[in-house]
Design a protein around this ligand. Sequence first.
Ligand code: AMP
Ligand code: ZN
Length: 136
Amino acid sequence: MEECIFCKIVSGEVSSMKVYEDEYTLAFMDIAGDVDGHILVIPKEHCKNILDCNYHVLNDIMNTVKKIAEHLVENCRYDGVNILNASDESAGQSVPHFHIHIIPRRNNDGIDAWPVFEGANCEIEEIYRKIKMDEC
Ligand code: AMP
Ligand code: ZN
């Protein structure tokens, strides 16, 4: 994808602070400057998001997410991580190349990485009937 900023990072046309790289994935620092240690994990092959990627790509990305999470806890004195993803503009995706955000966490660090929702509009049973899959 010629105009994709993350494809340009993969090709080296745009520089990045690489945290980890293997044959299929790349992890680099998010430049938002919004929270300490914000990392993005991407597939090297362009796909837009979880709705667009195949299972191999997803497997590669999640393996890398796990590797980095373990590295942060085992070697960097963090206690845990938040893993965040927006798939589609409706969900807030701003860069259309699949990426998982990793936010390193320490006990009592005061970071609020969980959305505070305003409350459901419908009864849970009503939504459940609509979204339940045939398999169960
Ligand atoms: P999202 O809104 O979930 O699509 O997240 C896109 C993320 O990409 C944001 O957190 C941006 O700060 C980050 N971002 C955009 N351009 C770059 C770049 N050149 N290098 C690193 N992070 C970037
Ligand atoms: Zn791309």
